[in-house]
Ligand binder design. Structure first.
Ligand SMILES: Cc1cc2nc3c(=O)[nH]c(=O)nc-3n(C[C@H](O)[C@H](O)[C@H](O)COP(=O)(O)OP(=O)(O)OC[C@H]3O[C@@H](n4cnc5c(N)ncnc54)[C@H](O)[C@@H]3O)c2cc1C
Length: 265
């Protein structure tokens, strides 16, 4: 009888520790969206953020770094946000927070003041690789995905035609998606007390007129709505899967929704 020795489990990949930044500016973009700028010495990797990239923000900042001598402290709870704009010269990162109600990130942003600390991941991850030769793009997004939509619009070739559909709370939430590239979104205002988030996006996607051959789709919103829009595009409109990029940004009733829901299950 031969005895085989079990191989040791693969070493768990150590994620880099969060970096400390300081709030330098706070600006109300709309009644429900606050733009917060932070600065720090190690933000340079954000210059490489792809359109629609994400990062982690950790709360509360006060618990990090762990006391001297503590080597295995868990990282604080995190939430996923978009590194909307990075100014390399000033080492300044802009983040746009939707005040959706109670949640550690939304609560932090509502109370933030200049000088507060914010823990940010070591760099950006993910993002949308803009297809080569793209000539037509449909963007379907809710308010949490408007920062990412702005980044996507700015990364497109100027010859690309963009059709943007956004669901927001009300007319007061309409805004310029990019100060650099003009766009004319179709704004969908949630009815007061609307039953389901992103239901207007689902209806709009279901009644989309026929798009030119070769159109691409970038879709980011509440996760269940994203799936329904995705299914509809494939089943009803017969859209080629390769032309569709979908991402769930949050899920109704779920706290800390994962950052890697591309709806491909
Ligand atoms: C790739 C990616 C990029 C993102 N970028 C941004 C961004 O730039 N700006 C931004 O504001 N958000 C962004 N989000 C969404 C954000 O991560 C979630 O809204 C997150 O849940 C907020 O954390 P929280 O601590 O405030 O709430 P949580 O503690 O996670 O959730 C508390 C409760 O609030 C609900 N909730 C969460 N978000 C919403 C919402 N938008 N509307 C209504 N109810 C909600 C949850 O279902 C839960 O019941 C992004 C998400 C992803 C995956």
């Amino acid at each position: 009888m031969s005895i085989t020795q079990a191989s040791p489990p693969p070493a768990k990949k150590q994620r880099p520790p969060p970096q400390s930044t300081v709030v330098t500016a706070i600006e109300k973009v709309t009644p429900l969206v606050t733009r917060i700028s932070v600065t720090g010495p190690d933000l340079a990797p954000f210059a490489q953020a792809k359109p629609g990239a994400h990062m982690k923000l950790f709360f509360p900042a006060g618990v990090w770094p762990p006391p001297e001598g503590v080597t295995n402290a868990p990282r604080p709870p995190s939430r996923t946000y978009t590194p909307r704009r990075f100014d390399a010269e000033k080492s300044r990162l802009e983040i746009e927070f939707v005040m959706h109600g109670a949640g550690i990130a939304s609560d932090w942003a509502a109370k933030a003041v200049v000088g507060d600390r914010l823990l940010v991941s070591a760099g950006p991850g993910g993002g949308y690789p803009v297809p080569e030769g793209i000539s037509n793009l449909v963007i379907i997004a809710d308010d949490t995905a408007l920062p990412a939509a702005g980044m996507v619009i700015e990364a497109l070739p100027h010859t690309c035609h963009v059709n943007v559909i956004c669901e927001i709370e009300n007319a007061g939430e309409e805004r310029v998606l990019s100060p650099i590239v003009a766009s004319k979104p179709q704004w969908l205002h949630r009815a007061p007390g609307a039953a389901k988030p992103a239901s207007l996006l689902q209806a709009a996607a279901a009644s989309l007129s026929e798009q030119p051959v070769g159109t691409y789709y970038w879709i980011a919103c509440e996760a269940a709505a994203m799936r329904s829009i995705r299914d509809n595009l494939f089943a009803r409109a017969g859209v080629d899967r390769k032309r569709v990029h979908t991402r769930g940004y949050w899920k109704y009733g779920d706290t800390n929704y994962p950052d890697h829901d591309y709806g491909e299950d």
